[in-house]
Design a protein around this ligand. Sequence first.
Ligand SMILES: NC(=O)c1ccc[n+]([C@@H]2O[C@H](COP(=O)([O-])OP(=O)(O)OC[C@H]3O[C@@H](n4cnc5c(N)ncnc54)[C@H](O)[C@@H]3O)[C@@H](O)[C@H]2O)c1
Length: 382
Amino acid sequence: MSTLGVGIIGCGVISTRYLQNAPLFKGIAVRAVADLRADAAAAQAARFKVESVPIAELLARKDIDIVVNLTVPDAHFEVSMRALEAGKHVYSEKPLAISAADGRKLVEAATRRGRQIAVAPDTILGPGHRIARQMIDDGKVGRIVAGTASFMSRGMEHWHPQPSFYFRPGGGPVLDMGPYYITALVQLIGPVKRVVGMSGKALPERVVTAPGPNTGQRIAVDTPTSYFAVLEFEQGALVSANMSWDVYKHGHRPLELHGLDGSLRIPDPNFFAGQVEHTEGRGEWQVRDTRGEPCSRPNHPDADPVQANYRGLGIAEMAAAIRAGRPARTGAAVSQHVLEVMDGIMDAATNGRVVTIGGGVRPPAMTEAETRALLVDPAATT
Ligand SMILES: NC(=O)c1ccc[n+]([C@@H]2O[C@H](COP(=O)([O-])OP(=O)(O)OC[C@H]3O[C@@H](n4cnc5c(N)ncnc54)[C@H](O)[C@@H]3O)[C@@H](O)[C@H]2O)c1
């Protein structure tokens, strides 16, 4: 198997996960890192024993095939476009861009240049969501007709050292956490047809309490911090999505889907594993633990609770797709559809209308064997 060279642009908080995980995957090798802040790139380069280079140099390197864009959301468009124009494939942190119009430009640029652009989350490739999808496809709960998706917390300023991007246009809970839930729903039940929604903002400013140089900083809130939406899927299901940074605590499951013959509780789409539970009609919940599956082992003890976090699996999957000449599972078609849905929810909430979403595809299911084939040592992740 040929190895594709990877260059990372954006050396902030999440880059540590990607750099820690990269050696787990076959067929990719991180060759260099870059950042607007040269000191941030140099620090990650020293820690993970890779080269740190200026951005232009990284884009010009012949031994880099894939640019991984880990910059803040409102820089995704510019950085991904530069990488595509330099002839690179792109794997971007979510979202693809902060507007559907910019997303379309990126997809067109990738198509024109014969390059792939894939976007996080890759958690849908993990065993939690793979097994939930298999249950749906096997008809265990019948045709899905309803569901709920709940992401609600009290914000980001208590843990992220530089959280201002979350509260500017391009931030907010829909563009930040929506990708996990909407991508998961699209892979579980298919494309979205129409959306409605309402939004609100609990506070005009936030105060940073996370430890670091910005503690005590006051951040103006320039984007809604709560959205309550309903998504109608092409196959007929209605799913309510509650996304908020104005909620201290709640008792909702991240994702529940209800079928004609039973119900499903699906693990947190921010992570890779967990328990999939289903019922036959009104029967007891039957638990399917994903322990023992590839990418299920809790691997980051700094997370609370300890979770399976194999971010980067999607880069290896995209590399395999490039070698095979097929679209990546989290590629342009899926990520642009997810962005159209998020754009639609924000449009619906701002303008008080029902928004019709066009196109969209359900990515092909990933098998356990395909996951194993992407891992250097599958047993180390079970
Ligand atoms: N922090 C997390 O736990 C987490 C988890 C999953 C996904 N993400 C996503 O990852 C991305 C980055 O998040 P983060 O928390 O690491 O942010 P961060 O602010 O910690 O880091 C972003 C880095 O990008 C750099 N940057 C900004 N604009 C740039 C540009 N134009 N060119 C080059 N470098 C640029 C910044 O200097 C900074 O070092 C976001 O899209 C976020 O949604 C973050």
